[in-house]
Design a protein around this ligand. Sequence first.
Ligand SMILES: *[C@@H]1O[C@H](CO)[C@@H](O)[C@H](O)[C@H]1NC(C)=O
Ligand SMILES: *[C@@H]1O[C@H](CO)[C@@H](O)[C@H](O)[C@H]1NC(C)=O
Ligand SMILES: *[C@@H]1O[C@H](CO)[C@@H](O)[C@H](O)[C@H]1NC(C)=O
Ligand SMILES: *[C@@H]1O[C@H](CO)[C@@H](O)[C@H](O)[C@H]1NC(C)=O
Ligand SMILES: *[C@@H]1O[C@H](CO)[C@@H](O)[C@H](O)[C@H]1NC(C)=O
Ligand SMILES: *[C@@H]1O[C@H](CO)[C@@H](O)[C@H](O)[C@H]1NC(C)=O
Ligand SMILES: *[C@@H]1O[C@H](CO)[C@@H](O)[C@H](O)[C@H]1NC(C)=O
Length: 790
Amino acid sequence: MDYRRERLAVLLLFLTASLLATTTGVVAHNDNAPHRNYLIIVRKPYEYDQHVYKNVSSWHASLLSSVCDMAKEELAADPGALPRLIYSYRNVVNGFAARLSTDEVHRMSKMDWFVRAIPEKTYTLMTTHTPRVLGLTGPTIFNPGVWNRSNMGEGMIIGVLDGGISPGHPSFDGTGMPPPPAKWKGRCDFNGSACNNKLIGARSFYESAKWKWKGIDDPVLPIDESVHGTHVSSTAAGAFVPGANAMGSGIGTAAGMAPRAHLALYQVCFEDKGCDRDDILAAIDDAVDEGIDVLSMSLGDDSAGDFAADPIALGGFSSIMRGVFVCTAAGNNGPDPATVANEAPWLLTVAAATNDRRFVANVLLGDGAEISGESHYQPREYVSVQRPLVKDPGADGTCSNKSLLTADNVRGKIVLCHTGGDATNLEKGVMLRDAGADAFIIISPDFTGTVIQPKAHALPATQVEFLTAEKIEAYINSTQNPTAQLAFKGTEYGNRMSPVVAPFSSRGPSKQNQGIIKPDITGPGVNIIGGVPRPAGLAQPPNELAKKFDIMSGTSMAAPHISGIAALMKKAHPTWSPAAIKSAMMTTTDTRDHRRMPILDQDGKPANMFSLGAGFINPAKAMDPGLVYNLSAEDYIPYLCGLGYSNHEVNSIIHPAPPISCARLPVVQEKDLNYPSIAVILDQEPYVVKVNRAVTNVGRGKAVYVANVEAPASLSVTVMPDRLRFKKVNEVQAFTVTIGSSTGGPMEDGVVEGHLKWVSLKHVVRSPILVSSKKFFQGNSTATEPPQGR
Ligand SMILES: *[C@@H]1O[C@H](CO)[C@@H](O)[C@H](O)[C@H]1NC(C)=O
Ligand SMILES: *[C@@H]1O[C@H](CO)[C@@H](O)[C@H](O)[C@H]1NC(C)=O
Ligand SMILES: *[C@@H]1O[C@H](CO)[C@@H](O)[C@H](O)[C@H]1NC(C)=O
Ligand SMILES: *[C@@H]1O[C@H](CO)[C@@H](O)[C@H](O)[C@H]1NC(C)=O
Ligand SMILES: *[C@@H]1O[C@H](CO)[C@@H](O)[C@H](O)[C@H]1NC(C)=O
Ligand SMILES: *[C@@H]1O[C@H](CO)[C@@H](O)[C@H](O)[C@H]1NC(C)=O
Ligand SMILES: *[C@@H]1O[C@H](CO)[C@@H](O)[C@H](O)[C@H]1NC(C)=O
């Protein structure tokens, strides 16, 4: 599978890069050891003499120079040693990034201001029809419209941390956009007029990356060499582009979710290299000061864990303290369990699913059978007639051995190829075209189930599900002269078996907080059409706009959909906290597909909450949730103490809030954080757990809500009180949910699911409930295999 290969490639590059860093690191002037990048966490409160040090940065420099000999003569001999202080952070963390030798780190560790030195780390990106699917544009059976004349995200600023961006792309056209609001303090580092009232900010953060990776030399302009940053930004807030299409497929008007919102791009990732942790921190440090409303991050690391060392968790906390909504991708390491990234409860963690669009390219076998397949490129000139059908002559059937793809073997034929082997499917397309093949049929890998991610290939092609491939092979076996033809039928909408959770979408449970279901929510992330500098796979795109759009898949694509929707919600409800917006999204999701059946996982079984979170986003309903589970930034503090973080770690996460001592705070267990979903573990007597929650009335004044529980017979769930009467807006009412095994004894091994609904005349406020018979992980970091089960 192509994205598996890409992941491996990134990993390999990372390995090579670290080797390079070791061998070519700057040689120190005072100890011949190489310097490496470290994030240094400093004790708080920091009390520096404000007469001596004007600002945090000069104070950090003084701390650094107290352990590094930075004498002038030596610097002159080794100018490379000068920029030892890479970043001095103000908001995201109490500390700085610096280049240090291990000796210096050791010396530093003896200082009274020192807390922790964290070695460098690399994060990765998680690699025009969707507005209608999400019901933004107008009434459909399921949703009334959300977009209207007064709300397309006007005045909102979405900050995107990603690779670079392609300025001048039609999705970033500023025509008709008002200037950014007065609070905007950011800047655009492009020269000329590449920025405008749509793309209002563009900066690149590479001060840490440039020490690790070759080819990142200042000044780096945040121009997109890859396609990721442009695609993601256009999904969140791209302008309307009539006629947008990908290789001629899916023609329509492209638009981001918040087409009138402003975009600020912060480049922290570099093509084929990755994203440096300390650059990510620096970008968020500045972004929150510059005035963004929503922060969109389609990057992460599923092994990041520890919130006190993860830039997304650290920067995310500083963001929500400023009221900035933070939306992150869940990761592309599914369908294995416990692969979810970006798990902190103050982040929205987004899983990916299919949408209702298909690019139909069926296979008609010589015996009359029709097999459904998809092709992103639908060649108009293709002559569809029965032609000889052959399997790859190679032993593994993957069409990756070039010496076997001879004209004798494939010319004029349709070739059946499995995914995998030593070549990507795109490379196989090129080899087959060169050998004169007529077309090829790609068999998806087994684990992707019913979800097909077609690409545009060098020759006519279609991609089919793994299971249907058996039919084709049986037919080939059954006859002397097997034949087939491809039938390109164009873009089809309204696939009723959608959404389906994407196979690659990372699954829970959360490794860091077992009392919280992660991912939180699902959005469209399969075969998404978005802006790109140039499309992949086809030398000659069929029309001009096809050179500007392409299809991509990933939780990277799902997160910016929800970032754009968050901007619409902030515009509609400017006083709501990030937690309130998140609650509104999560309690109003769809859990059924267009057939009104439970949303399926890629394997054809109903998706569980570790795949889907609370469900698939329903923006129209999210705008008016009735009740919200609210949290202030301070509310997370006793929760962090309850997770077992030390005072230093908690203080480092909540910086720049004043330092706290966990011993002086009430204990909040993970199950009791006022989160819109509920997860409990019934692993000990008396097999009953009480969960505390409170809801805030954000409807129109007076309302009565009645509790309604859906749970399997193995559970007993009661709610006290089971009726909530609200007299006014913003009134808060608390309640307790008691969850136990209905037998009173231990539960059957595994996980069971239910829902708590607060129902009024106008609203249904639904929270997922997940109950496990045992802890998913023992202790706080050692992973054990989580129990399987639905
Ligand atoms: C901090 O103060 C120093 C001088 O003490 C100055 O050179 C530097 O620009 C200041 N940095 C910031 C971020 O204000
Ligand atoms: C537009 O949408 C907002 C909420 O998104 C709503 O408050 C407003 O009443 C709507 N305006 C019209 C004209 O429908
Ligand atoms: C603008 O940037 C480009 C590089 O992207 C550079 O070649 C050019 O000289 C710059 N122009 C000006 C006026 O700075
Ligand atoms: C490719 O096919 C050739 C010819 O049959 C064979 O000699 C070679 O070992 C094959 N290469 C691989 C990598 O399988
Ligand atoms: C087709 O024939 C091959 C070789 O005889 C065999 O290995 C394979 O299992 C057959 N496939 C099907 C689907 O019948
Ligand atoms: C939620 O809590 C925050 C912080 O205490 C508060 O500002 C906000 O008004 C509350 N209500 C909503 C609906 O966000
Ligand atoms: C669990 O957390 C405690 C308290 O923070 C810490 O001392 C301990 O090392 C952690 N255990 C593991 C296995 O990480």
